[in-house]
Design a protein around this ligand. Structure first.
Ligand code: CP3
Length: 367
């Protein structure tokens, strides 16, 4: 492994491992993105996946929010996308401006698993550009804060690979689950194997924390979630940690974000993840009661509160921090990614409020 500069701010790593922090750490899902004019300027010049595939550009964009909100963010997340895994498996994915992801030739029938996907994926060959981006970005961060790596959850990736893009009902992907359950499991396992290798590669390249995005978890019933999502999420946490230990490498904290899967909170707190990221429909007191302090909680302000005025943002931050309790087992975030129409100034108001209220509440606990 490469030598990296010493870490000056390890708040988020301590929070994820359940250790005391003097203030709750904060970062945003999609903190590098279209709400930032400096990101839009880079996007005018380069295609989305060109940015992902060019380590220097991925680094530049990853650092944009860090530099703009100097000293206010406690983590960075590598600029990439969950859909690089379907690409590594052999599918073509384009990012259409204003529309989102588009697969010109998605999986249609179960035979496509063998006909359209690579039999063996060498993540170092197919996704080496992500590893390189992580290494150069971590060096450029110069220890200011940890760098988070990520992957999509197998069910969410399967959904995109069959739907061919976004979908409001997931009718095609869910048809597979109920018509071809065994082939669906075979596909989920193929995706899971790549996700595991990919995360191990990211950690070896310098990722200091990992998040798994099962963004379509909430589209499944609790019964089907236990069959088609949970076992694969469990394997990811388990195998990533076991394989790293076998190689003598210290595992890093892992976070699971299952959007909409409120019913799975208890199961998710028992499968080896250190942190659970909550969407905004979950009440903090409920999440704390169900997970019983076994994991760190992350979240969960409704991203649209950033469309409110400054006072509204500050009030909501205070209510959220009081409900979760800062200083231990809590990482501040939104309940989903920042929306592209958010005002960067309001994002700053949010961050400043998190720092102010966080310190205030922690002093209260100490005195
Ligand atoms: O958080 C970060 O700053 C790191 C980068 C990151 C991106 N995508 C960049 C991106 C991360 C962590 C993701 C994850 C991702 N990608 C998820 C899981 C999180 C979630 O939102 O639920 C999903 C489902 C995707 C797939 C995806 N990528 C969609 C549906 C879209 C289009 C819609 C949208 O929200 O923009 C993307 C595009 C995308 N990924 C953009 C960015 C900055 C915008 C694309 C553009 O610039 O044209």
């Amino acid at each position: 492994m490469t030598d990296f500069p010493p870490l000056k701010n390890d708040l988020i790593l301590r929070a994820a491992l359940g250790k005391k922090t003097e203030r709750a750490p904060v970062w945003f899902m999609r903190q590098a993105g279209r709400y930032l004019p400096e990101f839009r300027a880079v996007r005018e010049k380069y295609d989305f996946f060109t940015i992902c595939r060019t380590p220097e550009l991925a680094k530049l964009v990853t650092l944009q929010p860090i530099e703009r909100y100097d000293g206010l963010l406690d983590a960075s997340i590598i600029f990439s996308d969950i859909l690089v895994v379907p690409q590594a498996l052999g599918l073509v994915v384009e990012m259409l401006p204003g529309q989102g992801p588009y697969f010109p030739d998605p999986l249609v029938v179960p035979q496509d698993i063998d006909n359209k996907l690579r039999k063996h994926v060498n993540v170092y060959e197919e996704l080496g550009y992500v590893f390189e981006a992580i290494t150069v970005t971590r060096k450029a961060l110069n220890g200011r804060m940890p760098l988070i790596g990520f992957v999509g959850g197998p069910w969410t990736l399967m959904g995109y690979m069959i739907e061919g893009g976004g979908s409001s009902t997931l009718a095609k992907a869910k048809t597979w689950l109920f018509r071809y359950p065994e082939e669906s499991k075979r596909l989920l396992q193929r995706i899971t194997d790549v996700c595991i290798d990919f995360l191990i590669g990211q950690i070896k390249a310098g990722a200091q924390m990992i998040q798994v995005f099962e963004s379509w978890g909430g589209e499944l019933s609790p019964y089907d979630f236990n069959i088609f999502s949970l076992p694969y999420l469990t394997q990811i946490a388990d195998k990533v940690k076991t394989q790293l230990k076998q190689e003598g490498i210290e595992p890093v904290p892992m976070t699971i974000f299952c959007k909409g899967s409120w019913y799975a909170l208890e199961s998710l707190s028992n499968i080896g993840y250190d942190t659970i990221s909550l969407d905004w429909t979950i009440d903090p007191a409920y999440a704390k009661a169900i997970t019983k302090g076994k994991v760190t909680l992350q979240g969960n302000m409704d991203p649209t509160v950033l469309f409110g005025d400054h006072e509204q943002i500050r009030t909501t931050v205070r209510r959220m921090l009081e409900a979760f309790g800062t200083g231990e087992k809590y990482i501040v975030n939104l309940g989903h990614g920042i929306l592209p129409t958010s005002d960067p100034e309001n994002v700053k108001v949010f961050l400043e409020a998190v720092h102010k209220v966080g310190l205030e509440l922690d002093n209260k606990t100490i005195n």
